[in-house]
Design a protein around this ligand. Sequence first.
Ligand code: AMP
Ligand code: MN
Ligand code: MN
Ligand code: MN
Length: 289
Amino acid sequence: MFCEYDLHSHSTASDGTLSPGDLVNRAANAGVRVLALTDHDTTAGIEEALSAASSCGLVLIPGVEISVTWNKHTVHIIGLNVDHDNRTLQLGLRELRRFRDWRAKEIAERLEKAGIAGAYEGALAHSNGTLVSRTHFARYLVEQGLASDERRVFKHYLVKGKPGFVPGQWAELAQAVEWIHDAGGVSVVAHPARYKMTRSKLRRLFNEFAELGGEAIEVVSGSHSRDDYFTMAKHAGDFGLQASAGSDFHSPDNPWIEFGQLPLLPDNCRPIWSDWMIETATSNIRKAV
Ligand code: AMP
Ligand code: MN
Ligand code: MN
Ligand code: MN
């Protein structure tokens, strides 16, 4: 039994390797009934995903994963059920992509000083040409034989203290929540267990997020352990937040995060989809095993 809602995924519109259409088909074939496309700082893949979803009977939730800087930590805030034509949201995302463009060139310059040439063009070639992520640099460096996998590139080149690291300022937490709400969506703190924060700092984040009107935290995530599910479920309850679930699928090359394998939310959670008007009459979601 797995969770038929998967509310976190990436396509080639950001740092995924499948087109929005292929992503939707893969999810549907794996038994996902409700999928959110949540590319980093863009909604460019939503139209294609919606049309693929209508052909295969999957419910596609228009979403986005917004990059935020909170107390010097990069935090990701997901918007679900957003109107992707909303002007406030689009203006905000455009600023983030401008920062990404500048940062990509800066990363490449720093890598060049460390003896790695052509990284900007290399990363760009792995992207769809409109949004460059550190993941695209990682793929280029793997291709160049500088590391055996993307994780190792991050560890040795792209994180704080390493040659290709560029510090920067993303959106503020309040802005991300505001843009999502302005676009009629609900906001979710993505993969909270992944942030390198103390428990008390993480609780400060949840508290601030709840005070801003944030709705949910991702309790079940492809990047959480089983223990994390229960820890995050408890935090959600403590702050009156709902719970979300998402694989954070990026690529079929990442065998540990596949569609159709997300566990159910722990029983004490209030699922973010509980008041969504979705036809799930035949669904097994959250029925006891
Ligand atoms: P960016 O938003 O461009 O800074 O890139 C962040 C993305 O890089 C995340 O969404 C992940 O997809 C990927 N990422 C971050 N850390 C790692 C890591 N340690 N190993 C592999 N991918 C990572
Ligand atoms: Mn990513
Ligand atoms: Mn993320
Ligand atoms: Mn993600």
